[in-house]
Design a protein. Structure first.
Lengths: 488, 312
């Protein structure tokens, strides 16, 4: 039974996408319903199965690896799948208003959205390097047109730039995969480890270097982040939310899988984790400073993504159970908070007609609910208690302290200070009183505005609640720590 | 000795054509060089005993990609009255030199590493040869694409669908206009040629599909050949762009993905694993659906239109 759940998570959105290509309104509604609403239900059952039975494999077509392709589910995959279901689901609900089924925009939007959902689910479940390449391509090719759906010249240019760099990244990744297959005779992430431990040629080192470059480019890790800010800032709101919360995380997720699961502990390429940490630190500081300098709300939030991705790489050299918890919690809480902020920014942009910080005065009267969601998301991004972001950053500080990494400790504090800077800068701009006349509450008076604000608020509250309800989540996550990270 | 000479010519030709493609400011000649490059590449694959790859490279790499590049050039050149030139940035030495050096370094290290690779056979490939008889087809490439790694092929169909959906989004934002028609008055021979070539492209496509079980061929090559027939019909004005995607076109576009997934799911209630093929007939059924989806997607991408209709 549990294995059918994995099939459902991939194939329901995939077949849903097929349905939404058909011209009728009911087929679009049915496709979206079957592909998105079903996911949390499947995941509840899957979570219970993982708690009961631990991680397991499923051989597609009955062909066992290395011949066939395996799916693999463990607590990390489960966490990512939950994020796709919840963040993707709430963002889809937010998108429902702008991209109604039956309208031309809706007809273009939903097939791509469902393909993106299916591709991310497939990616988080795949245990095969080449299959992961196909998944990465599908994620990219479904995400990029969604950026262009904004219909502005900036968005199309940003989408094109993203496309060219992402294709380059895929090509570099694929070169690495081909080399690894030649050196080890398998494409399976977990079977490869034994062969890799036995061989230590330059081929595998070059392969991992190429794969790392490809993934860092796809994951927009500093200094390969150049495509991200414009692409994420010019996309429609719900698309920005999933791009920042989920799509760039697919590359980080693969870095974790390859370095913490596939690569043997004594391999010389393990040294790359120190380089990842340096890049992470640089991203944290550079992204934070650039976020402080932006004049537009969505660009501030996009640069904040560049910075927050840094934390996910900083964790890599720490190798302790605390660091593992920190990484998982940063994945989760940044996803929720950032999606909330992008949805809120979309509402503000819609109500005000501009997202220039200079035009955002008196938001507490004009869009109070969205501003509240934005602020709550900001609280988690800054790492103020009791949010999920606080917990992630606290665990990270603790892990750095245990390892005696003082420089890292300093960078972490600096990163949080910069985050506080750009979040308070947004709030200061939003609470300004430009002229004394009372403005109308654009959101509270219209049911649509209230509902759209509600979706942003829901994600922001979840990011906050993640701080309170941490114990059961961390218990499941601990069981999935990579080898070498679990023992105290 | 002759074999070595041929290989040397191909190897030098590939590098020279690649160089001709990237240097120079004239986009049109770069496209032509790229098409020839694809053809020589397909010869190289044939020399490396990879006939399936050779067919795919010739049909998709040189054929369809070349047609897409040429039609793009023609749209920019004829409809917008601009002659596309390689941008100044691409010609500045400060950018090209480091890029070339980085590429050279990468190629050199790849070559060096390839020489150090152990010559032992790859395990998964060996296994595929041994267990091919269980599949019911004798072409190992079809065995891998529709059997052992059918899941990859299925997701690639989703990639193709995403490519069309993406092109539809961009086309609806930018409105590229109808395909430029023939530049001059139609010669009487065009009709005669079409009535010969288009049926042949259908015949070759079906042959490639059928042959895929035991010899080089399959849905991707067949689909590209069928698409070439469709491209010809577009170029000669027999088919023109429509504003809407018709119901039949929509069904054909999702046919490959839908049939593949359905056959894969069919065995689950019987207790078989996902994507276990119930028999050789299932492989041919899936390949037929894939061929139709691939061909239509490629023609629609070429026309940059939501749909096609017969011209009045």
């Amino acid at each position: 039974m549990p294995s059918e759940l994995l099939i459902g998570l991939i194939f329901l959105p995939l077949l849903g996408a097929c349905l939404t290509v058909l011209p009728w309104r009911w087929s679009t509604r049915l496709g979206v319903f079957a592909g998105l609403v079903s996911l949390p239900v499947l995941l509840v059952a899957l979570t219970l199965a993982v708690i009961r039975e631990g991680a397991w494999y499923y051989s597609l077509g009955g062909w066992t690896a290395p011949l066939g392709i395996r799916l693999f589910v463990d607590p990390l995959a489960l966490l990512m799948l939950w994020m796709v279901a919840i963040i993707g689901g709430v963002a889809a609900a937010h998108a429902w208003h702008d991209f109604r089924p039956g309208t031309p925009e809706g007809a273009r939007f939903w097939p791509l959205w469902l393909l993106l959902t299916a591709a991310m689910n497939a990616l988080f479940l795949s245990a095969d390097l080449f299959n992961l390449y196909v998944c990465l391509e599908l994620v990219t090719l479904a995400a990029i047109p969604l950026i262009a759906m904004a219909g502005t010249a900036t968005s199309i240019r940003a989408a094109m730039r993203y496309l060219l760099l992402a294709l380059l990244a895929s090509l570099v990744y694929l070169l690495g995969v081909a080399l690894l297959y030649n050196a080890t005779g398998t494409l399976d992430l977990y079977l490869m480890t034994q062969t890799l431990a036995a061989s230590d040629g330059p081929a595998t080192s070059l392969a991992f270097a190429l794969i790392a470059v490809g993934l860092l480019l796809k994951g927009a890790v500093f200094p390969l982040h150049v495509w991200l800010p414009n692409a994420h800032a010019s996309a429609p709101g719900p698309v920005s939310a999933v791009l920042s919360a989920l799509v760039v995380k697919t590359a980080v997720y693969l870095v974790y899988r390859l370095w913490l699961w596939t690569l043997p502990a004594e391999d010389p390429m393990q040294g790359a984790v120190e380089l990842f940490a340096v890049l992470g630190a640089a991203a944290l500081i550079y992204g934070g400073i650039l976020a402080l300098l932006q004049e537009r709300l969505k660009l501030v939030i996009a640069y904040s993504t560049v910075a927050q991705l840094g934390y996910l790489l900083l964790v890599l050299p720490l190798a302790s159970v605390t660091a593992w918890q920190a990484a998982s919690y940063q994945l989760l809480s940044h996803g929720l908070a950032k999606a909330a902020m992008f949805l809120a920014a979309a509402n503000i942009l819609h109500a005000v007609g501009s997202d220039r910080l200079a035009d955002l005065e008196r938001l507490d009267q004009r869009t109070p609910l969205s501003l509240f969601a934005l602020a709550l998301g900001g609280v988690s991004i800054m790492g103020l208690p009791p949010s999920g972001g606080f917990l992630a950053k606290w665990l990270l500080l603790e892990a750095a302290w245990q390892e005696g990494r003082w420089l890292l400790l300093f960078v972490l504090v600096l990163g949080s200070l910069l985050a506080a800077g750009y979040v308070f800068r947004i709030l200061a701009a939003a609470l300004r009183r430009a002229d004394p006349t009372e403005a109308e509450d654009a959101e509270g008076t219209s049911p649509i505005g209230r509902r759209q604000a509600g979706y942003a608020l829901l994600l922001a509250l979840l990011a906050l609640l993640a701080g309170f309800g941490a114990a059961p989540i961390l218990e499941v996550i601990d069981a999935g720590a990579p080898a070498g990270w679990s023992a105290p | 000795m002759i074999a070595l000479t041929i290989d040397a010519i191909i190897a030098i030709g590939i590098v020279w054509l690649a160089l001709q493609t990237v240097r120079g400011a004239n986009v049109f000649s770069a496209i032509i060089m790229f098409i020839v490059f694809g053809l020589i590449m397909s010869l190289a694959w044939a020399r490396l005993h990879a006939p399936d790859l050779a067919l795919a490279e010739a049909a998709i790499g040189a054929g369809i990609t070349g047609a897409l590049l040429l039609v793009t050039w023609r749209r920019v050149h004829v409809l917008e009255g601009r002659t596309p030139q390689v941008g100044m940035a691409a010609r500045s030495l400060w950018l090209t030199l480091p890029t070339a050096l980085a590429a050279a370094l990468l190629i050199a290290s790849l070559g060096w590493v390839a020489l150090t690779l152990p010559a032992e056979p790859a395990t998964a490939g060996e296994l595929a040869w041994q267990r091919l008889p269980e599949m019911g087809v004798s072409n190992p490439v079809t065995g891998v694409l529709l059997g052992f790694r059918a899941y990859d092929t299925l997701l690639e169909m989703a990639v193709l669908l995403a490519a069309w959906l993406g092109a539809r989004v961009v086309a609806s934002e930018l409105r590229p206009g109808a395909l430029p028609g023939p530049a001059h008055e139609e010669v009487p021979l065009v009709g005669a040629l079409l009535s010969l070539v288009v049926p042949i492209s259908l015949l070759v496509a079906v042959y490639l599909l059928q042959a895929g079980g035991s010899a080089p061929g399959g849905a991707f090559q067949g689909g590209a050949v069928l698409a070439a027939g469709g491209v010809l019909l577009c170029l000669t004005g027999r088919l023109e762009s429509a504003d809407q995607t018709s119901l039949i076109e929509r069904i054909v576009l999702i046919l490959g993905l839908a049939v593949f997934s359905s056959v894969g799911l069919m065995m689950l209630p019987l207790g078989e694993p996902m994507l276990a093929m119930p028999g050789v007939w299932a492989i041919y059924l899936i390949e037929t659906a894939l061929l139709l989806s691939i061909a239509l997607t490629l023609v629609l991408l070429f026309a940059a239109a939501p749909g096609l209709r017969r011209s009045s």
